[in-house]
Design a protein around this ligand. Sequence first.
Ligand code: GDP
Length: 318
Amino acid sequence: MIAVLTGGTGGAKFVLGLSHVLPAEELVVIVNTGDDLVWWGLRVSPDLDSITYALAGILSRERGWGVDGDTFHCRDAMARLGESVWFQLGDRDLATHLTRTRLLSHGHSLSEATGEIARGLSIRSAVLPMSDSPVETRVLTDRGELSFQEYFVRERFRPAVERVRFVGAESARPAPGVTEAIRSAEAVLVAPSNPITSIGPILAISGIADALASTNAPVVAVSPIVGSAAVSGPAGDLMQAQGLSVSTSGVAQAYREFLDVLLVAPKDTASAAPSNAWGVQFRAANILMRTDHEKSSLAREALAAARSIKRRARSATV
Ligand code: GDP
């Protein structure tokens, strides 16, 4: 079984690639929920939804979120009523949020609701929220403290970031199955997701960080950074705000407690030497996923890197 830690954009592309090269039952996907929000009265989990839709084969490739071919009549009707529509939900997408909201309001956990939605969409891989407790990513900016979606969607990540914190992470426990998957996996993969706001909240849950540091499984990550910039989005600004260099070395530093191998763009292997200070091996790969073929190839590369390590060096000394 292969466990993957992920956010929703770079992560969904990578998970789609893995789903093409692994039997569905062998994939356990552990997903960030720090971006979750209540919108139009509904419980929305953007990263869980992107992963779920990717595995169901219905993720919109055009937008990178929501359901392929969806319409937005409800959004238009909400706008006519004077409601905020800066965060958009498609009409078919609403079925997911209505179902999640109903299940949660009837006392089910987020893991149970996620499992129910995945079953409804005939997904055979396990999709696990990082935690059933609320953890909220808050971004302190020069325009005040914002939720992640206010920062990312409403403000289009223009405000200067000073700091990021994960409210609730200290007392949150990993969702059922999360630490078990990390400990018993053949390999743990970290998707090319935002190290601060997608993987950061997952690592902020102490039980998960402990499981990663002590698992015997090799841990392989794909860099979301090429050269000195993120492939897309605000990962660079957020890394800088958290004191990391915007580079593959900064990614290695963020994951230094548990990472064995970081897959980086070929041009970044030349500048890799300093990162050896973090004990992380760099390996060149085509880490850009523009086509389905590239997604599957990267998934294969990550699995091959993990298999070539067999057991983590540090487990020999434990
Ligand atoms: P979020 O939940 O929407 O923030 O999504 P993720 O955290 O999963 O993905 C965002 C990250 O994906 C960004 O930091 C991008 O640099 C990275 N990313 C997007 N597309 C690609 C790609 O094709 N290759 C790699 N290596 N990274 C990518």
